[in-house]
Design a protein around this ligand. Structure first.
Ligand code: SF4
Length: 56
């Protein structure tokens, strides 16, 4: 996963004006901007918290 704002959990797109916002700072940002020290991955799939539901 690339260390950029677009892959950060705090990255949000404001639907009303189509601006990218960092919800941690409330500041405009962009998908490709380098991640800051508060970057948190969006996907939780890398660290599953539950056992997979396997067929028996
Ligand atoms: S916390 Fe940092 S890396 Fe994440 S969206 Fe905001 S500025 Fe980008």
């Amino acid at each position: 996963m690339k260390f950029v704002c677009g892959t950060c959990r705090q990255f949000q797109r404001d639907k009303e004006n189509d601006k990218a916002i960092c919800s941690a700072w409330g500041n405009p940002t962009s998908m490709k901007r380098d991640g800051c020290q508060f970057w948190i991955p969006k996907s939780e799939g890398l660290y599953p918290t539950e056992e997979p539901n396997l067929p028996k």
